[in-house]
Design a protein around this ligand. Sequence first.
Ligand SMILES: [Zn+2]
Length: 887
Amino acid sequence: MKSVAAFLATAALALATPCLAQAVTQADTVDTSLPTQLPRTAIPHHYAIHVVPHAERLAFDGDVGIDLEVVAATRELVLNAADLKLASATLRPAKGGAALPASISLDPKAQTAALAFDRSIEPGAYHLAIRYSGVIHTQANGLFALDYKNAEGKDARSLFTQFEAADARRFVPSWDEPDYKATWDLTARVPAKSMAVSNMPAASTKQLAGGLKEVKFQTTPIMSSYLLFFADGDFDRISKPAGGREVGIVVSRGNGEKARTALDDEAQILPYYNDYFGTPYPLPKLDNVAGPGQSQFFSAMENWGAIFTFEYAILDDPAITTEAQRQNIFETEAHEMAHQWFGDLVTMAWWDDLWLNEGFASWMENKATQHFHPDWGADIDRVGARESAMGLDSLNSTHPVVQQVRTVEQANQAFDSIAYSKGQSVIAMLEAFATPDVWRDGIRRYVAAHAYRNTRTTDLWAAQEAAGAKGLTTIATDFTTQPGIPLITVGPAQCVSGATVATLTQGQFSADRRAEVSASPQSWHVPVRASAGGQEAQVVTQGRTTQLSVPGCGPLLVNAGQTGYYRTLYTPQEAAALTAAVPKLAPVDQYGVIADSMTLSTTGYQPMAVGLAFLDSLPANGSADVTQHVVGLWDEIYDLLDGDPALQKAIAARVTAKYGPRLRQLGFTPRDGEPVADTTLRPTLIATLGKYRDPQVQAEAARLFAAWKQDPNAIPGSLKTTWLRAIARNANAATWDAIHERAKATAGNVERTALYQLLGRAEDEALARRALELALTNEPGKTISSGIMTSVAVAHPRLAIDFVLSHLAEVNQLIDISGRSRFMQRLASSSRDPALIPILEAYAKDHLAESDRKPIQQAIDRIRSESEQTARIHAETEAWLKAHPQG
Ligand SMILES: [Zn+2]
């Protein structure tokens, strides 16, 4: 899956056929060392599902035939089922004989169905037949409906499925755990006029009476239940050959041209991955199916052969798509396509190793982006991912990359920035340690050895060592089985015979337990790369102190290239020398050292003056990609000073004086042929200076808004959300009403969704309240409403949380089932108010099982640690501003 958190982080900164399966014999034994919620008495080999959706009444009928092996004599079979009614279940031996009826009992809490027989079932091959019915959901779990206005402006409804982590059980009674791999036949009865899509191409289509047809899809390769996919609707499909297969994009009718960018991206990526993984993509086709609306928790899902992506992350709509979003289309496809190998062909055995899927896909997405689009600044985005991971990983309530998952809820919560961004960062570090060629060879060995099977994290390290990455397992084990972040303290550097020599002392970085971890830090083997104006050198830390020697006697840069997952604390002298050298560093190092130093300052490891000096050291005409991120860091300081308008004004003045001229130089509208980094920097500057009420930006916003009220195309599509967000933030009632009216009148689903979200951005509290009330009505649409609440929470977290708590039952209907326990964490993410802590504690106690409270605890730990630093940050920032007037 592609998590929304990852996308939002980037967006905020940017403001902005051959069935090889048949050749693989399936195991007839079960791995009893794996966690499971099902008794290990039977192994399913093949499912034949027949489904009849009744879209108009949000229900479906189904029957399934399951070929299975009973491996231990038993009187009952237990499999997963949720929101399903089972009408009948019978079991007969595969070699023939009487069918045994089962008596059925459902356990909604465990999400299981127990099928009891009146005599013992002996080991052997059987066929289990179940007739059942289920519900079509209105959020993205199980089989779900998305409603929208079609090309003629009429109400339309399409159906899709979303099964990860554990929602296939809402579609079919099944052994719904990732290590129960099986082959799947899907047959669907659908309206004759609609298009049905699944993992495999259709094998046959039969016209039926009553305007219906029956579509039978080809048998899938062996795969996990969470990867099964079905969609049906009024679709168009565009396609082309690529990498020896067919790639396609499926969209609601009339949107085909908006899918060209995505199709071209897909066709470019597939041959690259065929080569990188060394095993060609095994299915006959790879579709990417677009759905209107959104989820708060994911933007796309890697169903094998039939990726699902919400329209905003796949359609390139000239009316609304920004350059950053256009880049996100490529990145999202690169992510989901990487999963076709890493996740789909080779699958983690259990959710403990979810990071193998998500960390790897995030890293591969970044690698593919750097390969095809070297001017998009993806190396700098990789450092952004490191920073986002460290935000969570520096708290007491973090967890190791490989973690213990025991409940369905914990599996859902596992999709966090540790799995995605720390996973990505650790892999980037290991690739640099192994060297890219050795690492790729290790990946090829891993994929070839484990295709169509399940793995654990240790299998990947073994493949890398076999490929020649000696010593990698030690480093990898430290970083994946221990939580937290190493802190490398750099002793005074000395120039000795043309080399820079320094002692590195290893400790642990913590945002909320500094004294505790410095007294007894964890220990890692950290590969440290460094430079001092000459060649880079690498050393792996052993124990508490390690000697570093680097050719050259320039300013010492530790973590050169920024592939290391650790923080670096310099002596004041080394920090000052490096600050002076920032203008000459590579862009990736500029952003890396600035972000690292700012966090060490805001968490109290060093005075604010050190971090602010780094922040201030980037030249006003520096790299556009770095500028974009650095302006974001200034804005974080601005937000940290909330409650101190005079100091905020001083920061705003400083940022405006430094970067205002850059915006004037770029101009308010994109120029033909400009560097793409300028195109993505412009919206960041407009948004930030707009937030600081820069008069020129405000005047242009007012001019554009007046024109837009007359003509919806008066603002260029690539800047529309940027300008309207600036306008919505400062909205009065008349402005808010005008945006609301336009949202109601807009037909394009992506644009309509974006406009509704904007209504939540008003700083005016009365308007924020109106947005929350609007979200609870049927007007925005079932999957749009939660996004309005999230928008409100950016400026008014307490207001949004109080509102949600007082309407919890209604709000829960507007969120994916799998995301409910994380929604409150999302709403709290911009708050530093300690008064929120008891409210969050009470919410967790009343609504979440004790095992499932980690996201709330993380929100609490973050608020507590940040609020403890507030007074010091204010005082030290004020002193620094006085001592360093704008130059
Ligand atoms: Zn993913």
